[in-house]
Design a protein around this ligand. Structure first.
Ligand SMILES: *Cc1c(COP(=O)(O)O)cnc(C)c1O
Length: 359
């Protein structure tokens, strides 16, 4: 069996996707064609935000957001140490300093208590200016945004939601108000990498915000810092557009996405029912919905657990075996083993089972 069965999804959507691709081949507007605009409108409606801006990938989506927030040298940007490299990479790419935060062992997400401790430590040291937080919806589960938004406000930080994995998830608060992943913080980002909950057939990404000024800046940065047009350049930007062909594919995948999310949630429920007596299964707090980018178990004897599945023809993968503070690229930050005990324990004990909408 496949870990993520993209072929089964394509078979299911083949007629519609092929037709969409054919339409693009016929009109020939490969860059910023009509499908891009149509997708941006549909993404904004799906998430319930004013602006959805597509771009070349989820990493660029984070970089463009940090550019709009004017994050740079001397700034501290807080992010979980247990995440995919791009979260921390983009902070350093903008010449700011990533300040890592430990995780919640039940949800895998950034720990708000440790976050506040790390903010206070940066303030006490007085070298860096606390500027922003990047929270990650790890494995599909939205982070604790009520607490994170309160902390952002308390310390005057901007908040970015990295929803590369969380797109499709949501939180319903105590008043019954539903907020979808992509609608948290000042700016949210996602990725359409094929293996993400909503993936295309190549690289792709998007940025979400309700703020008109951020949206205008990001639209400019995305196309060479354009002013009136791409030959009128008012700032230094980048080339980070989503291909029309990828937008066309995503339009059909987005239409099917709610059904796939239901299937992913059913599969996760069944996994939990059958495995919770053997492994530590992922917990979903009350009111939260996960998009199940990964279904992740914890075991003190991960190697034999994975070997057992392998013997039965069931693929498993470790996300993630190395925390950010353990990465060679961040060695100059001077961290040592034990600085983030929960994340380190997760990195040694997690493994993920097959998960997709056609399981
Ligand atoms: C995949 C991912 C990204 C980067 O997305 P790309 O489209 O691969 O550039 C960023 N953050 C997280 C948490 C991711 O999982």
């Amino acid at each position: 069996m496949q870990f993520i069965d993209l072929a089964a999804q394509y078979q299911h959507l083949k007629t519609k996707i092929d037709k969409r691709i054919q339409t693009v081949l016929e009109h020939g507007q490969y860059i910023m064609g009509p499908e891009v605009k149509e997708l941006e409108q549909k993404l904004a409606d799906f998430v319930g935000v004013k602006h959805a801006i597509t771009c070349a990938n989820g990493t660029d989506a984070l970089t463009l957001s940090l550019m709009a927030l004017e994050v740079g040298e001397g700034d501290a940007v807080f992010c979980p140490t247990f995440t995919f490299f791009a979260t921390a990479e983009t902070i350093a790419f903008e010449k700011a300093t990533p300040v890592f935060v430990d995780s919640n062992p039940d949800t895998f997400n950034i720990c708000p208590q440790d976050l506040e401790a790390r903010i206070l430590a940066v303030l006490a040291e007085g070298k860096l200016k606390p500027k922003a937080i990047i929270a990650v919806d790890l494995f599909g589960l939205p982070a604790e945004y009520e607490k994170l938004e309160a902390l952002a406000k308390k310390y005057d930080l901007t908040l970015i939601e990295d929803a590369a994995q969380g797109f499709g998830g949501s939180i319903t608060n105590a008043n019954g108000q539903v907020r979808k992943a992509g609608a948290f913080g000042d700016i949210a980002t996602t990725s359409f990498f094929p293996a993400k909950p909503l993936g295309c057939y190549g690289d792709g990404g998007a940025i979400f915000t309700n703020d008109d000024d951020y949206a205008e800046l990001i639209r400019s940065y995305r196309v060479h810092g354009k002013g009136k047009d791409k030959y009128d350049n008012v700032r230094i930007g980048m080339n980070s557009r989503l291909d029309t062909l990828q937008a066309a594919i995503l339009l059909e995948k987005l239409a099917e996405f709610p059904t796939e999310l239901e299937n992913r949630n059913k599969a996760a429920q069944q996994y939990t029912q059958e495995l919770s007596s053997t492994y530590k299964t992922p917990s979903v707090p009350k009111g939260y919905v996960s998009s199940w980018a990964q279904y992740t178990l914890q075991s003190d004897d991960r190697d034999s657990a994975m070997a057992k599945y392998k013997a039965q023809g069931i693929p498993t993968v470790i996300y993630y075996g190395t925390c950010m503070h353990e990465q060679t690229a961040f060695a100059d930050l001077g961290h040592k083993l034990g600085d983030f005990p929960i994340a380190e324990k997760l990195a040694r004990s997690v493994f993920s089972l097959p998960m997709h909408g056609y399981l």
